[in-house]
Design a protein around this ligand. Structure first.
Ligand SMILES: Cc1ncc(COP(=O)(O)O)c(C=O)c1O
Length: 405
């Protein structure tokens, strides 16, 4: 029988017109444009200005945390969190084998050793059982990442941390707006770290924030990112020094970023709901599709944030010679463009750290998923209407039925 796949000359499922219904990202809001003009015309552009303070407070409250410390990006937030927790030379920090390199680079920045630990196949987040095996007397902290469209199992991770007296920094760069067991993501561990880089679900081009419930940590993180100034000190009026030896940086964000984020924050709840609805619809429509599984949402998630939705191929079910590449090309021909996951950190082109400075404890699942099996759908597609989502699922169904045994 002749194939009806678009890649073989058949009619494609998603028309160009329907593809154009995907909202562009980052979004443009006219009310934010007005506020940006206001900041520009009334110069107080940086240095813990009123918009930064308001945003930090609102974002922390949204995620049920006491304090928010706003910064230049979601890499320095991780570095400041580690630094404030006293993590440094001689310490080991457990990070997932699959995440953006920043999660591990932050560990390098403070002079500690990243220890890569494997992920769970269903959530793609740190595997608590494998964390247990990786703990040594040198382990000082864990950085679970709430990756793509799932949340790490914070219940198990916090229990392990408590038992072994470890700090937990939640990397929430993908999880804005998520709620886990009644608590906002980022408020469960000792510190939560978020990125507001352009592609993130709350964005100001660049930006980041640390959340914490601990007032001592809050002051320390604030001083580290603000060249030593205590919170609420005016420019040029530093009255008392940070503790001796606390190396502080200028990792400040600006009022422009904060204004853009305040505009985005107003829309975050509705957008998170929409992504969650569409992800639920996708799971339903692909439930019986051969050879593919959708990433599970966080097991205890009340609300799941989505930076991507990941599809996991069962390569054993594919016809001889069919690979992830062929599937992605066939989906693209149907009008449904997808992407790859980051890949294991230590294999990323930008990871240039000598082998002596990190340790790979376990990586089987991460290696397998990244090299052959995982495909990602971006968060902006999860904001499209149900017509697009149904058509995208039709495309997946069509391709997988053709390419499975
Ligand atoms: C999981 C994760 N952690 C940290 C970061 C770093 O954030 P930023 O790019 O704002 O430095 C990112 C950014 O992509 C990320 O995906």
């Amino acid at each position: 029988m002749k194939s009806s796949l678009a890649i073989n000359g058949g009619k494609k499922i998603i028309s160009d017109k329907l593809a154009k219904s995907i909202p562009s990202w980052p979004p443009i809001y006219p009310d934010t444009a007005e506020k940006l003009k206001d900041v520009y015309l009334h110069p107080k552009w940086s240095f813990n200005g009123p918009n930064e303070q308001l945003f930090s407070k609102k974002f922390a409250k949204y995620h049920t945390a006491e304090y928010g410390i706003f910064m230049a990006n979601g890499t320095v937030t991780l570095e400041c969190a580690l630094h404030a927790l006293g993590v440094g030379k001689g310490d080991e920090v457990i990070v997932p084998a699959l995440t953006w390199i920043a999660t591990a680079m932050a560990v390098i920045y403070v002079g500690a050793t990243p220890v890569f630990v494997d992920i769970e196949e269903d959530t793609l987040c740190l595997d608590p059982e494998k964390i247990k095996k990786a703990i040594t007397p040198k382990t000082k902290a864990l950085i679970p990442v709430h990756l793509y469209g799932s949340m790490a199992d914070m219940e198990k991770i916090m229990a392990i941390a408590k038992k072994h007296n470890l700090y937990v920094i939640e990397d929430c760069a993908h999880a804005h707006g998520g709620v886990w067991n009644g608590k906002g993501v980022g408020s469960i561990g000792h510190v939560g770290s978020f990125s507001f880089q352009e592609s993130k679900t709350l964005s100001s081009g660049e930006g980041g924030i640390c959340l914490t419930n601990d007032p001592v940590l809050k002051e320390k993180i604030f001083r580290i990112k603000h060249i030593g100034y205590a919170p609420n000190t005016k420019q040029g009026e530093a009255s008392y020094s940070p503790q001796e030896g606390l190396i502080c940086h200028n990792y400040r964000g600006t009022e422009f970023q904060a204004v853009v984020l305040l505009g985005g924050l107003k829309r975050l709840k509705a957008q998170t709901k929409k992504r969650e609805q569409n992800a639920t619809l996708i799971r339903k429509l692909l439930k019986n599709t051969p050879g593919i599984k959708v990433q599970s949402r966080g097991r205890l998630a009340d609300i799941q944030g989505y930076y991507m939705l990941t599809f996991i191929l069962d390569t054993k079910k594919l016809k001889e010679g069919i690979t992830r590449k062929e599937i992605m090309e066939a989906l693209s021909a149907e009008g449904f463009g997808t992407g790859l996951t980051y890949g294991p950190v230590y294999k990323h082109a930008l990871w240039n750290i000598p082998k002596s400075k990190y340790r790979i404890e376990s990586n089987e699942v991460a290696e397998d998923l990244c090299s052959n099996r995982a495909i990602c759908m971006s968060q902006s597609k999860l904001l499209a209407g149900s017509k697009y989502i149904k058509a995208a699922c039709d495309a997946v169904n069509k391709v997988m039925k053709e390419y499975c045994k």
